[in-house]
Design a protein around this ligand. Sequence first.
Ligand code: HEM
Length: 402
Amino acid sequence: MGAPRLDKLSFQSRIGGKPQRYFDFSPGDLYPVTLPASNKKVFVVRDVRIVRLIMTDSRFSLASLNPSEDTVTGTGYQSSSGMLRQDVPHIRRIRHGMISHFSEQSVAPWRQEVEEAADDLISKLLDGHQPPDLNKRYFEPLIVRAVALSAGITEEESDKLYGFSNRVLVRVESADDRTRICAAWNELYEYSSKLIDRKLDGPDDRLLSRIFAEFKNTCLCREEIVAASGTILAGFYTPFGILSVCAVELFRHPAVVKACQNDPRLWERTVEELMRYKAHFNFFLPRVATVDVTVGQVTIRAGQVVLPSIHAAATDPNSFTSPSLFNIDRNRPRCNIVFGAGPHFCPGAALSRQWLQVGLERLFTTLPGLRLAKPYTDLQWEPGSISMPNEVPVAWDRDCTA
Ligand code: HEM
């Protein structure tokens, strides 16, 4: 009898955008799957303790991955100096100076401008025809504008960078995808290189000027600065898909929307619970074990590639009681694991939280009768490391807008 056939890792979702079954929580195990582009066997980790270990322990490496065999998304094809291809201690050196500029405190002053951008887009929705597609008319342009405001670039530049982001942060399904994705990274690096010069020559008080200056102070060489900046510029647009999934989920919880309308302070914990419950990546980047590592009953062998399931980590009953319930009243509402852990913890977490809170609050507060214009079950879910609806058509009651 031959060995059982392994599942091929799929970016398709199950019904309602649910990730594939092998991303579901399972205590203390490693689940073998093959990667679509290389057929390589890797192991999905579905227990939050092991997920955290892989993210935080230096025995697991990003730098030692083999891009032609181990790549799952275009992130794996960034320059070998890119942030997500570095291990400790080098990644600490890159992040050391710049990380404070991404803190909640540092990004707070831009909140009001993001609110104004949201209000402007909503007033355009009000003037237009129903049912608009919120993906195209609100979520996407809001994130493009929010990036422009915080980064200190024009909307046209932000649009251009968004285009690059869409070409580099893609799923990898065939070995042939590599040439196209590497070419896109190189174009992004060329573009960032000019942006870096401009911001170093004529700095402003926004994020890019600050972090490019920090990179320079940290004595990174030019190639390292361009590569690290490329990782950041590509990551900026990630909240678009997350915002879309959050909103669609909220349509299924009208009582929560009502509670947030009555007490706007609840938006913060509602966004956390939305990200924990549904609006997260299914998995993080793979890592390779550099030595044998034993955790509880599980041994990960040197050379094995492991793929941490973020979906499992966010729904692990050891961390979240009754994880399959959507519950904004959790004792510890913050769900940091959706932004990773350890030396690569997402620098964009505070910005993302701000944009998600503002984006949802303005939308659901200004348009109180807001609803999906087609049944939830008719939404089409795009494949991806987070599955999102391909359109979100909505309607509202014209006479009850705030
Ligand atoms: C809701 C939106 C976002 C989510 C869910 C998210 C999630 C993540 C996760 C899980 C990681 C760690 C990946 C790993 O270790 O395998 C990461 C890293 C990263 N993210 Fe985000 N991200 C978001 C928004 C952003 C934004 C707005 C930026 C823009 C600054 C950004 C920039 C980055 C960068 C540069 C890294 C690599 C950090 C490093 O290697 O040290 N992300 N993100």
